[in-house]
Design a protein around this ligand. Structure first.
Ligand code: SF4
Length: 324
């Protein structure tokens, strides 16, 4: 099976945007690829963070991912900082990357402008560490959303540069474009995110889901119950696609257009379906204890380290370092 790698930052509690946008897909990809899933805590250091919270966030995220269905028997599941070779390879690649190409990265431009002059070198070189994450395991496939295409293109460029300078070694990773839609926040203004407080937590209890959905933004043209709606621009309809059956999605689509269903009822149905899908995840999460999760991460780190150590041994030879 081709090897696939993907990572997620421990930046806060998971929400349904993360679940529908990535995690649900991660679970499905197990069995079709040799999957490496990594909690990228070193990437989370590139923007301001609270040191006291980092380890707990990492552990909680690992627990949530296991509850969602990441299976450590099928996937190598580990924390980035537990495999020191990530930063070593990042340095090697840093010496191949140019300032010009890194300064053209859209994500750097956006995030650095938010930090008003305090953007770090870590943020600037973020795509290099990401390239190291992928190449260290010689991953052939990387699932990417639209916002990650540019970074993967950079990885492919730096991979080609390494191979042409030091001899063919790394496979060029291919993107696996995710078909999952962009989930907007409950305010309908920006992407769902915890920092904007416009999210539905993945581990929310059914009552919380229902109450959060009540206030969610829908089609602004539906001012009255009998106004026809436009499901294609409604975030509630997009979320339905992730939690409701195809049959129900089709009937909501046509009923919305003819005002056969009102937004209140539409949200009520969605809340029920979300609760049905998410309740087993919540139960599994509550059953997992910290020491079990740490054991899983430790075993995952051991598997990842054995691949990473072998790659770096060969990289050191290829780049001409003195070996002892
Ligand atoms: S009926 Fe449903 S899909 Fe249509 S606008 Fe209201 S919430 Fe959106």
């Amino acid at each position: 099976m081709p090897r696939l790698l993907s990572g997620i930052q421990p930046t806060g509690e998971l929400h349904i945007g993360n679940y529908l946008g990535a995690i649900k897909n991660w679970v499905l990809l197990q069995g079709s690829y040799e999957t490496f899933y990594c909690i990228v805590d070193l990437h989370a250091m590139t923007t301001p963070y609270e040191p006291k919270e980092m380890s707990q966030r990492t552990l909680e995220l690992a627990k949530a991912l296991l509850a969602c269905g990441i299976d450590p028997q099928q996937s190598v599941f580990f924390v980035q900082s537990h495999v020191k070779e990530h930063t070593e390879l990042a340095w090697v690649l840093m010496c191949l990357a140019t300032m010009g190409e890194l300064s053209r990265m859209t994500q750097f431009k956006e995030k650095s402008s938010e930090q008003k002059g305090h953007a770090t070198a870590g943020l600037f070189t973020y795509p290099v560490l990401q390239a190291a994450d992928i190449l260290l395991y010689k991953a052939e496939v990387v699932p990417v959303g639209e916002d990650q295409v540019q970074h993967l293109e950079f990885t492919r460029d730096v991979c080609r540069r390494f191979n042409s300078r030091f001899g063919q070694f790394f496979p060029e990773p291919k993107p696996l474009l995710s078909k999952t839609p962009r989930i907007m926040g409950l305010d309908g203004q920006t992407k769902m995110s915890k920092s904007r407080n416009n999210h539905i937590p993945l581990l929310a209890a059914p009552e919380e889901i229902s109450s959060l959905l009540k206030g969610a933004y829908t089609d602004p043209a539906r001012l009255r119950r009998h106004d026809p709606g436009h499901p294609e621009i409604c975030n509630i309809f997009t979320i339905h696609k992730g939690f409701s059956t195809q049959e129900l999605v089709s009937s909501i689509e046509s009923d919305c257009r003819t005002a056969g269903i009102g937004c209140t009822d539409c949200k009520k149905i969605l809340a029920e379906n979300m609760a049905k899908s998410l309740e087993p995840i919540r139960e599994r999460y509550l059953r997992l204890n910290d020491s079990e999760v740490l054991e899983v991460l430790c075993a995952g780190a051991t598997k990842a380290q054995s691949v990473a150590k072998e790659t770096m041994k060969q990289v050191r030879e290829k780049i001409g370092l003195l070996l002892v």
